[in-house]
Design a protein around this ligand. Sequence first.
Ligand code: GLU
Ligand code: MG
Length: 450
Amino acid sequence: MPIEDVLQKADEAGLRLVRFLWCGNDGTVRAKASSRHGLEGRLRAGIGLTVAMQAMNSLDQLQPVEGMGPVGEVRLVPDPDTFRVLPYAPAAGAVLVDHLGLDGEPARVCQRSFLKRQAARLAERDVVLEASFENEFTLSVQDESGGFRPVDESLCFSTIGMTASQEYVEALADALERQEIELEQYYAELGHGQQEISTGHAPALRAADEQILVRETIRGVAAQMGYVASLAPKPWPEAAGNGGHIHFSLWSKDGSRNLFHDASRVDRLSGEGRGFIAGVLAHLPGLCGLAAPSFNSYHRIVPQYWAGAFTAWGHDNREAPLRVPSVFAGMEEASTNAELKAADATCNPYLAVGGLIAAGLDGLEHGLEPPEPVEVDPVTIPDAEREARGIHRLPATQEEALDALEADAVLTTALGPVLTDSYLAVRRSEWSAYSLQDPEFEQRGHFLKY
Ligand code: GLU
Ligand code: MG
Protein backbone atom coordinates (compact mmCIF):
# COMPACT_ATOMS: atom_id res chain seq x y z
CA MET A 1 0.00 0.00 0.00
CA PRO A 2 1.51 3.36 -0.95
CA ILE A 3 2.24 5.69 1.97
CA GLU A 4 -0.29 8.19 0.56
CA ASP A 5 -3.03 5.59 1.02
CA VAL A 6 -1.99 5.01 4.63
CA LEU A 7 -2.23 8.73 5.29
CA GLN A 8 -5.62 8.96 3.62
CA LYS A 9 -6.98 6.02 5.61
CA ALA A 10 -5.58 7.47 8.82
CA ASP A 11 -7.41 10.71 8.13
CA GLU A 12 -10.67 9.02 7.17
CA ALA A 13 -10.57 7.14 10.48
CA GLY A 14 -9.64 10.31 12.40
CA LEU A 15 -6.50 8.75 13.83
CA ARG A 16 -4.40 10.68 16.31
CA LEU A 17 -1.73 8.04 16.89
CA VAL A 18 -0.24 5.20 14.85
CA ARG A 19 1.59 2.51 16.83
CA PHE A 20 4.82 1.21 15.33
CA LEU A 21 4.69 -2.37 16.65
CA TRP A 22 7.53 -4.81 17.00
CA CYS A 23 8.10 -8.12 18.72
CA GLY A 24 11.47 -8.56 20.37
CA ASN A 25 13.72 -11.42 21.39
CA ASP A 26 11.59 -11.73 24.54
CA GLY A 27 8.42 -12.34 22.48
CA THR A 28 6.58 -9.39 23.98
CA VAL A 29 4.93 -6.82 21.69
CA ARG A 30 6.09 -3.26 22.21
CA ALA A 31 5.48 -0.04 20.30
CA LYS A 32 6.27 3.60 19.83
CA ALA A 33 3.47 5.68 18.39
CA SER A 34 3.62 8.56 15.93
CA SER A 35 1.15 11.41 16.09
CA ARG A 36 -0.71 12.20 12.86
CA HIS A 37 1.49 15.26 12.60
CA GLY A 38 4.81 13.98 11.27
CA LEU A 39 3.40 10.57 10.39
CA GLU A 40 4.38 10.81 6.73
CA GLY A 41 8.04 11.40 7.55
CA ARG A 42 8.06 8.60 10.12
CA LEU A 43 6.41 6.17 7.71
CA ARG A 44 9.32 6.84 5.36
CA ALA A 45 12.29 7.23 7.72
CA GLY A 46 11.03 5.28 10.70
CA ILE A 47 11.15 6.03 14.42
CA GLY A 48 14.44 5.87 16.29
CA LEU A 49 14.97 3.20 18.92
CA THR A 50 17.90 2.39 21.15
CA VAL A 51 19.82 -0.70 20.01
CA ALA A 52 19.53 -1.94 23.60
CA MET A 53 15.87 -2.96 23.28
CA GLN A 54 16.74 -6.25 21.64
CA ALA A 55 18.82 -7.09 24.71
CA MET A 56 15.84 -6.55 27.02
CA ASN A 57 14.12 -9.59 28.52
CA SER A 58 10.46 -9.96 29.40
CA LEU A 59 11.16 -8.65 32.92
CA ASP A 60 12.62 -5.42 31.49
CA GLN A 61 16.08 -6.51 32.59
CA LEU A 62 18.69 -5.34 30.13
CA GLN A 63 21.23 -8.02 29.30
CA PRO A 64 24.88 -7.43 28.48
CA VAL A 65 24.99 -8.10 24.73
CA GLU A 66 27.78 -6.78 22.55
CA GLY A 67 26.62 -3.82 20.45
CA MET A 68 23.32 -3.51 22.34
CA GLY A 69 24.22 -1.08 25.08
CA PRO A 70 23.38 2.57 25.71
CA VAL A 71 25.09 3.84 22.55
CA GLY A 72 23.51 3.36 19.15
CA GLU A 73 20.20 3.58 17.32
CA VAL A 74 18.11 1.57 14.92
CA ARG A 75 15.15 2.78 12.90
CA LEU A 76 11.74 1.16 13.19
CA VAL A 77 10.65 1.41 9.56
CA PRO A 78 7.06 0.35 8.83
CA ASP A 79 5.81 -1.94 6.13
CA PRO A 80 2.87 0.18 4.88
CA ASP A 81 1.02 -2.98 3.77
CA THR A 82 0.56 -3.91 7.43
CA PHE A 83 -1.32 -0.71 8.34
CA ARG A 84 -4.51 -1.21 10.30
CA VAL A 85 -6.99 1.00 12.11
CA LEU A 86 -7.25 -0.51 15.60
CA PRO A 87 -10.87 -1.21 16.55
CA TYR A 88 -10.03 -1.63 20.24
CA ALA A 89 -8.13 1.62 20.82
CA PRO A 90 -9.57 5.10 20.34
CA ALA A 91 -8.27 7.02 17.29
CA ALA A 92 -5.32 4.66 16.96
CA GLY A 93 -3.78 2.66 14.13
CA ALA A 94 -0.84 0.29 13.86
CA VAL A 95 1.90 -0.83 11.49
CA LEU A 96 4.48 -3.60 11.79
CA VAL A 97 8.10 -2.55 11.40
CA ASP A 98 11.50 -3.78 10.34
CA HIS A 99 14.56 -2.85 12.35
CA LEU A 100 16.90 -1.03 9.96
CA GLY A 101 20.40 0.24 10.67
CA LEU A 102 21.24 3.89 10.01
CA ASP A 103 22.55 2.77 6.60
CA GLY A 104 19.01 1.70 5.69
CA GLU A 105 19.91 -1.99 5.61
CA PRO A 106 18.11 -4.53 7.83
CA ALA A 107 19.74 -4.65 11.26
CA ARG A 108 21.28 -8.06 11.86
CA VAL A 109 19.02 -8.55 14.87
CA CYS A 110 15.83 -7.83 12.88
CA GLN A 111 13.57 -10.87 13.35
CA ARG A 112 11.15 -9.80 10.62
CA SER A 113 14.04 -9.58 8.15
CA PHE A 114 15.17 -13.05 9.27
CA LEU A 115 11.77 -14.43 8.26
CA LYS A 116 11.98 -12.59 4.92
CA ARG A 117 15.37 -14.24 4.29
CA GLN A 118 13.93 -17.69 4.99
CA ALA A 119 10.91 -16.99 2.75
CA ALA A 120 13.34 -15.87 0.03
CA ARG A 121 15.12 -19.23 0.26
CA LEU A 122 11.78 -20.89 -0.48
CA ALA A 123 11.12 -18.42 -3.29
CA GLU A 124 14.34 -19.60 -4.95
CA ARG A 125 12.58 -22.95 -5.24
CA ASP A 126 9.44 -21.17 -6.49
CA VAL A 127 7.48 -22.11 -3.38
CA VAL A 128 5.70 -20.25 -0.61
CA LEU A 129 5.03 -21.41 2.96
CA GLU A 130 1.42 -20.81 3.93
CA ALA A 131 0.90 -20.69 7.68
CA SER A 132 -1.86 -20.03 10.16
CA PHE A 133 -1.97 -19.75 13.93
CA GLU A 134 -4.49 -21.31 16.28
CA ASN A 135 -4.43 -19.30 19.48
CA GLU A 136 -5.74 -20.65 22.75
CA PHE A 137 -6.09 -18.09 25.51
CA THR A 138 -7.62 -17.50 28.89
CA LEU A 139 -10.32 -14.93 29.54
CA SER A 140 -10.27 -13.77 33.15
CA VAL A 141 -11.21 -11.04 35.54
CA GLN A 142 -8.87 -9.55 38.08
CA ASP A 143 -10.16 -9.74 41.65
CA GLU A 144 -9.58 -7.26 44.49
CA SER A 145 -6.47 -9.09 45.67
CA GLY A 146 -4.94 -8.68 42.22
CA GLY A 147 -5.32 -12.37 41.31
CA PHE A 148 -6.97 -13.64 38.13
CA ARG A 149 -10.17 -15.65 38.04
CA PRO A 150 -11.32 -17.42 34.84
CA VAL A 151 -14.63 -16.08 33.52
CA ASP A 152 -16.26 -19.51 33.65
CA GLU A 153 -15.90 -23.07 34.86
CA SER A 154 -17.34 -24.49 31.69
CA LEU A 155 -16.68 -27.81 30.00
CA CYS A 156 -14.73 -28.39 26.81
CA PHE A 157 -16.63 -26.98 23.77
CA SER A 158 -19.45 -26.20 26.15
CA THR A 159 -22.18 -23.89 24.91
CA ILE A 160 -22.43 -22.61 28.49
CA GLY A 161 -18.83 -21.44 28.06
CA MET A 162 -19.77 -19.90 24.72
CA THR A 163 -22.62 -18.02 26.35
CA ALA A 164 -20.42 -16.81 29.21
CA SER A 165 -18.05 -15.10 26.77
CA GLN A 166 -20.37 -14.33 23.88
CA GLU A 167 -20.21 -10.56 24.08
CA TYR A 168 -16.44 -10.59 24.26
CA VAL A 169 -16.19 -13.05 21.37
CA GLU A 170 -18.59 -11.02 19.25
CA ALA A 171 -16.46 -7.91 19.83
CA LEU A 172 -13.30 -9.91 19.06
CA ALA A 173 -14.76 -11.28 15.81
CA ASP A 174 -15.83 -7.78 14.80
CA ALA A 175 -12.39 -6.32 15.62
CA LEU A 176 -10.65 -9.02 13.56
CA GLU A 177 -12.98 -8.48 10.61
CA ARG A 178 -12.35 -4.74 10.65
CA GLN A 179 -8.64 -5.49 10.41
CA GLU A 180 -9.27 -7.86 7.51
CA ILE A 181 -8.01 -10.81 9.52
CA GLU A 182 -10.04 -13.85 8.62
CA LEU A 183 -11.56 -15.64 11.61
CA GLU A 184 -12.07 -19.33 10.84
CA GLN A 185 -13.38 -20.92 14.04
CA TYR A 186 -14.06 -20.10 17.65
CA TYR A 187 -14.89 -22.33 20.60
CA ALA A 188 -14.71 -22.51 24.35
CA GLU A 189 -11.72 -24.80 24.98
CA LEU A 190 -11.12 -27.28 27.76
CA GLY A 191 -9.77 -25.06 30.53
CA HIS A 192 -11.83 -22.74 32.67
CA GLY A 193 -12.18 -19.44 30.82
CA GLN A 194 -10.17 -20.93 27.95
CA GLN A 195 -11.02 -19.82 24.42
CA GLU A 196 -9.67 -20.76 21.03
CA ILE A 197 -9.71 -18.92 17.73
CA SER A 198 -8.17 -19.96 14.45
CA THR A 199 -7.46 -17.48 11.70
CA GLY A 200 -6.96 -17.95 7.97
CA HIS A 201 -3.69 -19.02 6.42
CA ALA A 202 -1.43 -16.56 4.66
CA PRO A 203 2.09 -16.47 3.22
CA ALA A 204 4.72 -16.71 5.98
CA LEU A 205 5.44 -13.02 6.54
CA ARG A 206 1.80 -11.99 6.55
CA ALA A 207 0.92 -14.88 8.85
CA ALA A 208 3.54 -13.71 11.37
CA ASP A 209 2.45 -10.06 11.08
CA GLU A 210 -1.16 -11.10 11.64
CA GLN A 211 -0.20 -13.21 14.65
CA ILE A 212 1.06 -10.05 16.34
CA LEU A 213 -2.11 -8.18 15.41
CA VAL A 214 -4.25 -11.08 16.68
CA ARG A 215 -2.41 -11.18 20.01
CA GLU A 216 -2.92 -7.43 20.34
CA THR A 217 -6.60 -7.74 19.45
CA ILE A 218 -7.29 -10.60 21.89
CA ARG A 219 -5.89 -8.53 24.76
CA GLY A 220 -7.06 -5.13 23.54
CA VAL A 221 -10.72 -6.09 23.16
CA ALA A 222 -10.60 -7.77 26.58
CA ALA A 223 -9.13 -4.70 28.26
CA GLN A 224 -11.85 -2.51 26.78
CA MET A 225 -14.48 -4.75 28.36
CA GLY A 226 -12.82 -5.01 31.76
CA TYR A 227 -11.34 -8.48 31.23
CA VAL A 228 -7.77 -9.66 31.24
CA ALA A 229 -7.02 -12.01 28.34
CA SER A 230 -3.81 -13.97 28.50
CA LEU A 231 -2.00 -16.18 26.03
CA ALA A 232 0.40 -17.47 28.71
CA PRO A 233 1.23 -21.11 27.88
CA LYS A 234 0.27 -22.42 31.31
CA PRO A 235 -2.05 -19.89 32.92
CA TRP A 236 -2.47 -21.98 36.07
CA PRO A 237 -0.57 -25.07 37.18
CA GLU A 238 -2.67 -28.19 36.46
CA ALA A 239 -5.01 -26.28 34.10
CA ALA A 240 -5.08 -26.86 30.35
CA GLY A 241 -2.26 -25.10 28.54
CA ASN A 242 -2.65 -22.40 25.93
CA GLY A 243 -1.12 -23.57 22.67
CA GLY A 244 -0.31 -21.38 19.69
CA HIS A 245 -0.32 -24.17 17.13
CA ILE A 246 1.09 -23.35 13.69
CA HIS A 247 -0.45 -25.02 10.63
CA PHE A 248 1.71 -25.02 7.53
CA SER A 249 1.96 -26.24 3.96
CA LEU A 250 4.04 -25.39 0.87
CA TRP A 251 2.39 -23.93 -2.19
CA SER A 252 3.49 -23.15 -5.71
CA LYS A 253 4.40 -19.49 -6.14
CA ASP A 254 1.19 -18.70 -8.02
CA GLY A 255 -0.90 -20.33 -5.28
CA SER A 256 -2.44 -22.85 -7.66
CA ARG A 257 -0.96 -26.04 -6.16
CA ASN A 258 -0.48 -27.34 -2.65
CA LEU A 259 2.86 -29.14 -2.83
CA PHE A 260 2.14 -31.04 0.41
CA HIS A 261 -0.72 -32.80 -1.39
CA ASP A 262 -0.49 -36.03 -3.34
CA ALA A 263 -3.88 -37.52 -4.25
CA SER A 264 -2.34 -40.94 -4.85
CA ARG A 265 -1.29 -41.48 -1.24
CA VAL A 266 -3.59 -42.66 1.51
CA ASP A 267 -2.68 -39.80 3.84
CA ARG A 268 -2.43 -37.40 0.84
CA LEU A 269 0.99 -36.26 2.03
CA SER A 270 3.43 -35.77 -0.86
CA GLY A 271 7.13 -36.60 -0.93
CA GLU A 272 7.82 -32.89 -0.57
CA GLY A 273 5.54 -32.74 2.46
CA ARG A 274 7.27 -35.75 4.00
CA GLY A 275 10.73 -34.27 3.39
CA PHE A 276 9.73 -30.95 4.93
CA ILE A 277 8.18 -32.64 7.97
CA ALA A 278 11.26 -34.83 8.36
CA GLY A 279 13.37 -31.66 8.53
CA VAL A 280 11.09 -30.08 11.12
CA LEU A 281 11.16 -33.26 13.19
CA ALA A 282 14.96 -33.50 12.98
CA HIS A 283 15.28 -29.94 14.32
CA LEU A 284 12.32 -30.01 16.69
CA PRO A 285 14.25 -29.75 19.99
CA GLY A 286 16.08 -26.64 18.77
CA LEU A 287 12.94 -25.29 17.16
CA CYS A 288 11.24 -25.50 20.56
CA GLY A 289 13.72 -22.83 21.67
CA LEU A 290 12.13 -20.51 19.11
CA ALA A 291 8.49 -21.65 19.04
CA ALA A 292 7.91 -22.43 22.73
CA PRO A 293 10.58 -20.21 24.19
CA SER A 294 9.50 -19.14 27.67
CA PHE A 295 10.00 -20.42 31.19
CA ASN A 296 6.25 -21.02 31.40
CA SER A 297 6.21 -22.89 28.03
CA TYR A 298 7.65 -26.03 29.63
CA HIS A 299 4.90 -26.34 32.16
CA ARG A 300 2.63 -26.73 29.14
CA ILE A 301 4.74 -29.17 27.08
CA VAL A 302 4.27 -32.22 29.30
CA PRO A 303 2.86 -35.64 28.35
CA GLN A 304 -0.90 -36.10 28.19
CA TYR A 305 -1.86 -32.45 27.93
CA TRP A 306 -2.18 -32.64 24.11
CA ALA A 307 0.72 -30.29 23.54
CA GLY A 308 3.08 -32.97 22.13
CA ALA A 309 5.98 -33.82 24.44
CA PHE A 310 8.02 -36.30 22.35
CA THR A 311 9.89 -36.08 19.06
CA ALA A 312 7.18 -37.72 16.99
CA TRP A 313 4.82 -37.10 14.11
CA GLY A 314 1.50 -38.78 13.55
CA HIS A 315 -1.82 -38.66 11.75
CA ASP A 316 -4.60 -37.00 13.71
CA ASN A 317 -2.45 -37.60 16.80
CA ARG A 318 -2.90 -34.81 19.31
CA GLU A 319 -0.06 -36.09 21.48
CA ALA A 320 2.36 -35.68 18.57
CA PRO A 321 4.00 -32.25 18.36
CA LEU A 322 3.82 -32.65 14.58
CA ARG A 323 0.34 -33.68 13.55
CA VAL A 324 -0.84 -34.37 10.02
CA PRO A 325 -4.59 -33.75 10.13
CA SER A 326 -6.89 -35.81 7.94
CA VAL A 327 -8.14 -33.95 4.87
CA PHE A 328 -11.71 -32.73 4.32
CA ALA A 329 -13.88 -34.34 1.65
CA GLY A 330 -14.13 -32.14 -1.41
CA MET A 331 -11.28 -29.92 -0.14
CA GLU A 332 -8.54 -32.54 -0.16
CA GLU A 333 -5.82 -30.42 -1.71
CA ALA A 334 -6.67 -27.21 0.11
CA SER A 335 -6.82 -28.95 3.48
CA THR A 336 -3.58 -30.97 3.31
CA ASN A 337 -1.25 -29.49 5.91
CA ALA A 338 0.81 -30.21 9.00
CA GLU A 339 0.53 -28.69 12.45
CA LEU A 340 3.30 -27.78 14.87
CA LYS A 341 1.76 -28.16 18.31
CA ALA A 342 4.97 -27.49 20.26
CA ALA A 343 4.43 -23.76 19.83
CA ASP A 344 2.83 -21.05 21.92
CA ALA A 345 2.05 -17.36 21.74
CA THR A 346 5.05 -16.30 23.82
CA CYS A 347 7.14 -16.87 20.71
CA ASN A 348 8.32 -14.18 18.38
CA PRO A 349 6.29 -15.37 15.37
CA TYR A 350 8.95 -14.23 12.88
CA LEU A 351 11.51 -16.44 14.62
CA ALA A 352 9.14 -19.40 14.99
CA VAL A 353 7.98 -19.39 11.36
CA GLY A 354 11.46 -18.57 10.04
CA GLY A 355 12.91 -21.41 12.12
CA LEU A 356 10.19 -23.73 10.81
CA ILE A 357 11.18 -22.88 7.24
CA ALA A 358 14.91 -23.35 7.93
CA ALA A 359 14.22 -26.75 9.51
CA GLY A 360 11.85 -27.91 6.77
CA LEU A 361 14.23 -26.75 4.04
CA ASP A 362 16.99 -28.79 5.61
CA GLY A 363 14.75 -31.83 5.20
CA LEU A 364 14.12 -31.02 1.53
CA GLU A 365 17.76 -30.19 0.76
CA HIS A 366 18.98 -33.46 2.26
CA GLY A 367 16.15 -35.64 0.97
CA LEU A 368 15.19 -36.66 4.52
CA GLU A 369 12.41 -39.21 5.05
CA PRO A 370 10.40 -39.07 8.26
CA PRO A 371 10.51 -42.09 10.57
CA GLU A 372 7.42 -44.27 11.06
CA PRO A 373 4.51 -42.11 12.18
CA VAL A 374 3.41 -42.58 15.78
CA GLU A 375 -0.28 -43.44 15.87
CA VAL A 376 -0.66 -43.86 19.66
CA ASP A 377 0.04 -41.62 22.62
CA PRO A 378 3.86 -41.84 22.72
CA VAL A 379 3.92 -42.00 26.51
CA THR A 380 2.17 -45.39 26.31
CA ILE A 381 5.04 -46.92 24.31
CA PRO A 382 7.46 -48.79 26.62
CA ASP A 383 10.60 -46.72 27.30
CA ALA A 384 13.00 -49.13 25.61
CA GLU A 385 10.87 -49.36 22.45
CA ARG A 386 10.44 -45.60 22.37
CA GLU A 387 14.18 -45.02 22.54
CA ALA A 388 14.82 -47.71 19.91
CA ARG A 389 12.41 -45.92 17.58
CA GLY A 390 14.20 -42.61 18.16
CA ILE A 391 11.26 -41.06 19.97
CA HIS A 392 12.73 -38.84 22.66
CA ARG A 393 11.31 -36.47 25.22
CA LEU A 394 11.30 -32.89 23.92
CA PRO A 395 13.16 -30.34 26.07
CA ALA A 396 11.60 -30.36 29.53
CA THR A 397 12.67 -26.84 30.48
CA GLN A 398 13.35 -23.49 28.83
CA GLU A 399 17.03 -24.03 29.56
CA GLU A 400 17.08 -27.37 27.72
CA ALA A 401 15.24 -25.87 24.76
CA LEU A 402 17.74 -23.02 24.51
CA ASP A 403 20.65 -25.46 24.76
CA ALA A 404 19.09 -27.49 21.93
CA LEU A 405 18.74 -24.33 19.87
CA GLU A 406 22.36 -23.37 20.46
CA ALA A 407 23.47 -26.87 19.44
CA ASP A 408 21.45 -26.77 16.20
CA ALA A 409 23.81 -25.46 13.51
CA VAL A 410 21.09 -25.31 10.85
CA LEU A 411 18.97 -22.98 12.98
CA THR A 412 21.80 -20.84 14.33
CA THR A 413 23.35 -20.48 10.87
CA ALA A 414 20.00 -19.31 9.51
CA LEU A 415 19.61 -16.85 12.42
CA GLY A 416 23.17 -15.53 12.14
CA PRO A 417 25.43 -14.79 15.11
CA VAL A 418 23.94 -11.45 16.19
CA LEU A 419 20.39 -12.75 16.39
CA THR A 420 21.48 -16.07 17.92
CA ASP A 421 23.62 -14.49 20.62
CA SER A 422 21.20 -11.74 21.61
CA TYR A 423 18.25 -14.14 21.59
CA LEU A 424 20.00 -16.72 23.77
CA ALA A 425 21.21 -14.03 26.18
CA VAL A 426 17.70 -12.61 26.59
CA ARG A 427 15.91 -15.92 26.95
CA ARG A 428 18.55 -17.48 29.21
CA SER A 429 18.30 -14.50 31.53
CA GLU A 430 14.59 -15.26 31.90
CA TRP A 431 15.46 -18.81 32.87
CA SER A 432 17.86 -17.48 35.53
CA ALA A 433 15.35 -14.98 36.87
CA TYR A 434 12.29 -17.26 37.01
CA SER A 435 14.26 -20.23 38.40
CA LEU A 436 14.86 -18.27 41.59
CA GLN A 437 11.21 -17.36 42.05
CA ASP A 438 8.01 -19.09 43.11
CA PRO A 439 5.12 -20.29 40.89
CA GLU A 440 3.06 -17.17 41.64
CA PHE A 441 5.80 -14.92 40.29
CA GLU A 442 5.97 -17.10 37.17
CA GLN A 443 2.22 -16.98 36.73
CA ARG A 444 1.92 -13.21 37.05
CA GLY A 445 5.01 -12.67 34.92
CA HIS A 446 3.61 -14.58 31.98
CA PHE A 447 -0.09 -13.94 32.47
CA LEU A 448 0.29 -10.20 32.18
CA LYS A 449 2.92 -10.01 29.46
CA TYR A 450 1.63 -12.35 26.78
N1 GLU B 1 -4.48 -27.01 24.90
C1 GLU B 1 -3.63 -27.92 24.17
C2 GLU B 1 -2.23 -27.32 24.08
O1 GLU B 1 -1.71 -26.92 25.07
C3 GLU B 1 -4.17 -28.25 22.80
C4 GLU B 1 -5.51 -28.90 22.78
C5 GLU B 1 -5.92 -29.14 21.34
O2 GLU B 1 -6.49 -28.23 20.75
O3 GLU B 1 -5.57 -30.18 20.79
O4 GLU B 1 -1.65 -27.24 23.06
MG1 MG C 1 -7.34 -26.41 20.92
